[in-house]
Design a binder for this molecule. Sequence first.
Ligand SMILES: *Cc1c(COP(=O)(O)O)cnc(C)c1O
Length: 365
Amino acid sequence: MTKSPLKLRPGIAEAPIYVPGAHGDKNAAIPPAVLSANENPLGPSPKAIAAYNDANHLHRYPDGGATELRQAIADHFGLNMERIVCGAGSDELITLLIRCYVGPGDEVLQTQHGFLMYGITAKTVGATPVLAPETPDLHADIDSLLAHVTDKTRICFVANPNNPTGTYIPGSELRRLREGLRDDILLVIDAAYSEYVDAPDYADGSDLVDDSENVVMLRTFSKLFGLAALRLGWCYAPEAVVDALNRVRSPFNVNAAAQAAGIAALGDQAHIKKSLTENAEQMKRLCGALSQLGLGFAPSVCNFVLIRFKDANTAKRALAHLADQGVIIRSVAGYGLANSLRATVGTATENDRLIAGLTDFMTKA
Ligand SMILES: *Cc1c(COP(=O)(O)O)cnc(C)c1O
């Protein structure tokens, strides 16, 4: 930390800075295949781009309550709009929830290889992240989470499905977790990839929100909807949590272009369907190629796959080898998975390059 006469709040100096997935050199002769941040390789709906371009009353403040957007989300997903709060990405909502319910000395519980932002944000308010080991096949382990609850636990975060593992647990397991937690512990179910999941026993967690006073579901427009640049997320929450979030958020936290593009994206069923179909096809193809190469991977229900190498050094060399060929995937050493790399499922052409790069690496390795 840089020296300063100012008194920083507890925890901030110790909080690591989040390192986003690399995006390579955009100006390279052959543009890189960017498979590092789980973005929709098809981009957003053309309707969302048009709505973004039309959002040009730049001197006017946006609707601070994001009323039309919340109504569109409620209609699309069959939810009550009064229980929806929008944010500048779901990352902002993670921060706001922690600000509402967590302070110095408190604990924030999550799974061992869960999304990094929960722990980083917990640290910024002087709280301690607690990691509950997962099952050997990288699934959230409810008994392990419950065993790590203490008097100081305030929030339990579960990404379902999880990033970077890509695995999910059934809705019944989430319900068992809620039943095992004290009432004064908030359960946050981060369903950033839920649109991709078609497993019959999966639940996004909205049913649990409806049935209790201490569950929040987080969602995002950054993944399937392809709007990562605009920063748009939302949560579905009990009345008291909605009230608290509306007090702490800044009054115009979601910009006008994001609101307009979000509404249009929800309205483009054809683009949603195409994105899901191509992802499913390409995921199948990619996993087939990984198996042929003798590479292990975690069973993914998302738009990315966690690839396992022999050891950490091999993973590191594979990452560099791919980068040399303009294929950018993600190191997950920061998640305690140094022997693995996470690759977003790209377009057919991008996946050709990924498979070619991996094949080349495995033949030489
Ligand atoms: C990408 C991601 C998010 C962040 O979404 P934003 O809305 O872009 O802030 C949240 N949670 C998980 C698990 C993610 O993978």
